[in-house]
Design a binder for this molecule. Structure first.
Ligand code: BTN
Length: 238
């Protein structure tokens, strides 16, 4: 892989976006520390020095933006498998792209796409992955929800090893994304499939049951009135 390693950066996603037109698909940047790590929906991603994996890589997908959830799903499965291989831990994938061990979130994925003018095709996509690897102390507001892998294992694995496994795993699925080979594992490790959840949309929230996850990695849900719908954005909770 073509990898750039940095001691510190504002956000690897933001940094890679500035290079997106100059670099080829597959370019990776990894930082030891992020001053302003970003999470989804305007949240921040706590990125203390040398404690976690803070990486982004560049894709130039031929998919339409409506299929971009599939990419996130491929990353989730690759991350799940990297954790299993190195720590023998079964984590859970919380739709769409959070990784949990027991009740703690130990990683998340933030994909940012840039669209060609007036089209649904992507110029590029920056895939950002954050994983809390080594033991660390979380601030009060995070402590009940966030954790690191080493809280659940005595093994000390290098971040480089995990990065390598994530990338290798990801490309295995991405190279055959048309065949949806990521889907069986994505469903098997999902924490929401067949569960009762809450769906949060911009202005409302409602309870629903997850019936299935389709080949686009969208959730097929049944609402309380018995109607079904497909959701591909927003937040859910269990
Ligand atoms: C989330 O949990 O909502 C997504 C977290 C994504 C964090 C990663 S760390 C590397 C990359 N750069 C960022 O600023 N964010 C992503």
């Amino acid at each position: 892989y073509d990898i750039e390693i940095m001691e510190s950066v504002s956000s690897t996603n933001d940094y890679l976006k500035t290079l997106a037109f100059d670099k080829q698909e597959g370019y990776v940047c990894v930082a030891d520390y992020q001053e302003k790590g970003k999470g989804r929906n305007g949240r921040s991603f706590y990125s203390p020095k040398q404690k976690g994996i803070y990486m982004s890589f560049l894709l130039k997908p031929t998919l339409s933006v409506y299929e971009s959830l599939k990419i996130t799903a491929c990353v989730s499965v690759a991350l799940w498998e990297a954790i299993k291989k190195n720590y023998q831990i079964d984590s859970k994938i919380k739709w769409v792209n959070d990784i949990f061990i027991e009740e703690k979130k130990i990683g998340g994925i933030l994909c940012e796409a840039s669209l060609e003018m007036n089209t649904a095709s992507m110029d590029y996509m920056v895939v950002g992955i954050g994983v809390n690897v080594h033991k660390q102390i979380f601030a009060k507001d995070l402590a009940s929800v966030a954790g690191s892998i080493e809280e659940f294992s005595d093994k000390i694995i290098s971040r480089n090893q995990i990065i390598k496994d994530i990338l290798n795993g990801f490309y295995k699925y991405y190279n055959e994304i048309d065949k949806n080979t990521f889907l069986p594992a994505y469903k098997e490790h999902s924490s929401v499939l067949h569960k009762d959840i809450m769906v949060y949309e911009r202005n409302n929230s409602y309870p629903a049951k997850v019936l299935d996850i389709d080949t686009n990695a969208s959730l097929i849900i049944e609402k309380e009135d018995g109607s079904t719908s497909t959701i591909n954005s927003g937040e859910v909770s269990i």
